[in-house]
Write a protein that binds this ligand. Structure first.
Ligand code: TXD
Length: 319
């Protein structure tokens, strides 16, 4: 079997963790690109040196040259700036749009056949901008947020119910973070929906509401603790799960920021919805019927994303 190649654009906290996880999972050769000279080279060398201990082989390369990402099967983008305490994801917009311009042109020129996973915030609009700049097919460019938001939700639910995280599934829709719309009735413990668990006395509506809010604020809670950066372990794990489904054609059903063409009443926008990820990229968007209150939550989230897309168009008129 031919070896895969993974290119990581951005070698900071998430980029470094992605490289480590991809190496441990033996995804293939890994290239880390970052504009800071020495940073990706140092991380790549350090990682290669853990190979003899962990038992993985492969080529690990740090670079400032987009030529080195040529032939990548998967490109994961974390380039840009992260939040500091007091900043919203939207505060990152202006700087990160410019970063997406540079990154998008690099991908377009050197890795146009890759499956591209964008992580950079504000996520739903950055993935839209990146797709526009690369010109890649929409089903080959996707944003990571839903797997992370639902992992946070699953953890807090598991803690509330005192059960394994493995038995908790969560269903989230909409934009990343603040406007995330969880569908409680599709969130379960071993198949038992959360509303039934409330009726069974396992929890109360108030406690579940508080968990939803904590999930929405999940990123800010970590930014406040770290003080000069944002979450990176869980975001990296989430993107690796998506890359794994693509590389192994697993057809996992995962929440992701995907390009909508009429589903959920949305056209030409990237919003978080459940999708099937396989060798064809985003192979299918899962469209469920929403109740009125769920639709209202979702629409609010879509409006927020649409507002940011307009802002991006004024920052980079070539998009
Ligand atoms: O759910 C989600 N999508 C997210 C998103 C969850 C957590 C964090 N999320 C966002 O990911 C966060 O708000 C940031 O926008 C990105 C990356 O977060 P990370 O924690 O990895 O940030 P770092 O450590 O600051 O790393 C960013 C790197 C850093 O090394 C810069 O030198 C590099 O990006 N950088 C660039 N690389 C390549 N090309 C350009 N132009 C560039 N500009 C900066």
């Amino acid at each position: 079997m031919a070896k895969s190649k993974i290119a990581l654009i951005g070698g900071g906290n998430i980029g470094g963790t992605l490289a480590h996880l991809a190496a441990l999972k033996e995804f293939g050769d890994i290239v880390i690109f970052d504009i800071v000279e020495g940073l990706p080279q140092g991380k790549a060398l350090d990682l290669a040196q853990s190979g003899p201990i962990e038992g993985f082989d492969g080529v690990f390369k740090g670079t400032q040259d987009y030529k080195d990402i040529a032939g990548a099967d998967v490109v994961i983008v974390t380039a840009g700036v992260a939040r500091k305490p007091g900043m919203s994801r939207d505060d990152l917009l202006e700087i990160n749009v410019k970063v997406m311009r540079a990154v998008g042109e690099g991908i377009k020129a050197h890795a146009p056949d890759a499956f591209v996973i964008c992580i950079t915030n504000p996520l739903d609009v950055m993935v839209w901008a990146l797709r526009e700049i690369t010109g890649l097919p929409h089903h080959k460019v996707v944003g990571m947020a839903g797997v992370l938001d639902s992992a946070r939700f699953r953890l807090f639910l598991a803690q509330e119910f005192d059960v394994s995280v493995e038995d908790v599934t969560a269903f989230v829709l909409g934009g990343h973070g603040d406007t995330m719309a969880p569908l409680i009735r599709y969130s379960t413990v071993a198949g038992i929906p959360v509303p039934d668990l409330i009726k069974m006395g396992w929890s109360s509506q108030e406690k579940i509401d508080a968990i939803v809010q904590r999930t929405r604020d999940g990123g800010a809670e970590i930014v406040k603790l770290l003080k000069n950066g944002s979450a990176f372990y869980a975001p990296a794990s989430a993107a690796i799960e998506m890359a794994d489904s693509y590389l192994k054609d697993k057809k996992r059903v995962l929440p992701a920021a995907a390009h909508l063409t009429g589903q959920y009443g949305v056209n030409d926008l990237y919003v978080g919805v459940p999708v099937v990820i396989g060798a064809g990229g985003v192979e299918r968007v899962v469209e469920v019927q929403l109740a009125d209150d769920e639709k209202a939550m979702f629409d609010k989230s879509v409006d927020a994303v649409r507002g940011l897309v307009d802002a991006v168009k004024s920052i980079d008129p070539d998009i």
